[in-house]
Ligand binder design. Structure first.
Ligand code: ZN
Length: 404
């Protein structure tokens, strides 16, 4: 029996040129970086999002995403999963961290024909650590472009590199995405991964990773469909008709000040891929259609917010207390830089769930820091926050903090 909701949310990470989009295409049949109108309007597929049902051939046991196997046998559905493509560009580190907040499994793509390790590859691995992602599969891509000896040499380097990291026990799969080589191995590996334990008993918390307007331009007001929220349900259950609140919500400019207004609305529809659902529980990517003015959800207008049942979310906070762990070195830059301890009055970029804010260090005591935030967040005790510091006008990951 295949589930109605994806059981895993899988993120593709790694250097921008190492073939992530091609990998995603061969895993899902969807070109993630196409800016086509169709993709822009799709409810379940926005840039970088796609759902897939993994099939297994009943005759030759090969894994595929199609019902008919290349051997001529019939493939049966075994697992329903969702994918997201995290941006590889260093400027989008904040987005990448936000993406890492909602994934269960990361596919780290490394090009076999490029020097290893690349600064960005290192930084993405650390970002996964910051956000507590533990399930990692390493894809050694473009193996057709190197000799067998070169591929083995790099494989050894990767093994050495991941020692002591979250990816220490990650399986390394050599692939050539463009020619569909070993894509079945990735699907097979994903199929062996158990879904994390899902909390359906606590209050519902929906982390918003994207929001959009699904109406075609020129739609009559009476035919307009309400704004859509995409993301994951971290805990609890939500059903059609529930009244929800979204925090911090809408940002409004008042004189020189920005204030945040909680947004309240009703759930009109719930979707997982093509499945329309009455009720949803924690899983891979989901979409909530609301009664909101689609203008509010247009172009990711509410990204970074958290949705919960009406009057159930904590107050927004302009301060954050963290227990911090700093890395030894900056890894995203070309040269290696030592990370100095945090200082009072310095500014850090913080990635809290799917949101990004800037915090000023106000107080410090050992590894505990108190920060004043520019954009408020919803602090949940125990959550992991990515910390980045500005070096030569780039935000570089320096460590992570646990919310106290
Ligand atoms: Zn077959």
């Amino acid at each position: 029996m295949i589930t109605k909701q994806p059981v895993l949310n899988i993120g593709l990470v790694g250097h921008i040129d190492h073939g992530k989009t091609t990998v995603l295409y061969h895993l899902t049949g969807v070109w993630a970086d196409k800016h086509s109108e169709e993709l822009k309007r799709g409810i379940t597929i926005k840039l970088g999002y796609a759902d897939v049902i993994i099939h297994k051939c009943t005759k030759c046991n090969q894994y595929a995403i199609k019902k008919t196997c290349s051997c001529g046998g019939v493939a049966e559905p075994v697992k329903y999963v969702s994918f997201i493509d995290a941006p590889g560009h260093e400027m989008l580190m904040a987005t990448m961290l936000g993406g890492a907040a909602i994934i269960d499994v990361a596919l780290l793509t490394i090009a076999a024909n490029e020097p290893f390790p690349q600064p960005q590859t290192k930084e993405h691995l650390l970002a996964l650590e910051c956000k507590g992602v533990k399930q990692i599969i390493i894809l050694q891509n473009k193996i057709d472009l190197v000799t067998k000896e070169k591929a083995i040499e790099q494989y050894k380097k990767i093994k050495e590199f991941v020692k002591g990291s979250v990816a220490e026990n990650a399986r390394i799969i050599p692939i050539c995405a463009q020619q569909d080589v070993n894509i079945d191995q990735i699907l097979e590996e994903i199929n062996t991964i158990e879904s994390p334990k899902r909390d359906t008993e606590s209050k519902p918390l929906f982390l918003i990773a994207r929001t959009f307007d699904i109406n075609r331009p020129g739609t009559e007001i009476k035919d307009l469909q309400g704004g859509v929220l995409g993301g994951i349900l971290k805990s609890g259950k939500l059903k059609i008709g529930d009244i929800i609140e979204i925090k911090p919500g809408e940002s409004l400019k008042k004189k020189d000040q920005t204030i945040y207004k909680t947004v309240k609305t009703k759930i009109i529809a719930l979707r997982a891929g093509k499945n329309e659902l009455q009720e949803v529980t924690p899983s891979g990517s989901l979409a909530i259609q609301t009664a909101l003015d689609p203008f509010m959800t247009k172009s990711d207008g509410l990204v970074g917010c958290v949705a919960g049942l009406d009057n159930s979310l904590p107050e927004i906070s302009y301060t954050l207390k963290l227990k911090t762990t700093l890395f030894k070195e900056i890894v995203g830059a070309k040269e290696q830089l030592k990370i100095d301890p945090l200082k009072t009055s310095e500014f850090l970029m913080l990635s809290v769930n799917t949101s990004t804010t800037i915090g000023k260090v106000m107080k410090m005591k050992g590894n505990e820091v108190e920060l004043a935030l520019k954009i408020p967040v919803l602090p949940f005790k125990g959550d992991r926050v990515g910390l980045a510091r500005n070096y030569q006008s780039h935000w570089r990951l320096v460590g992570w903090g646990e919310i106290l």
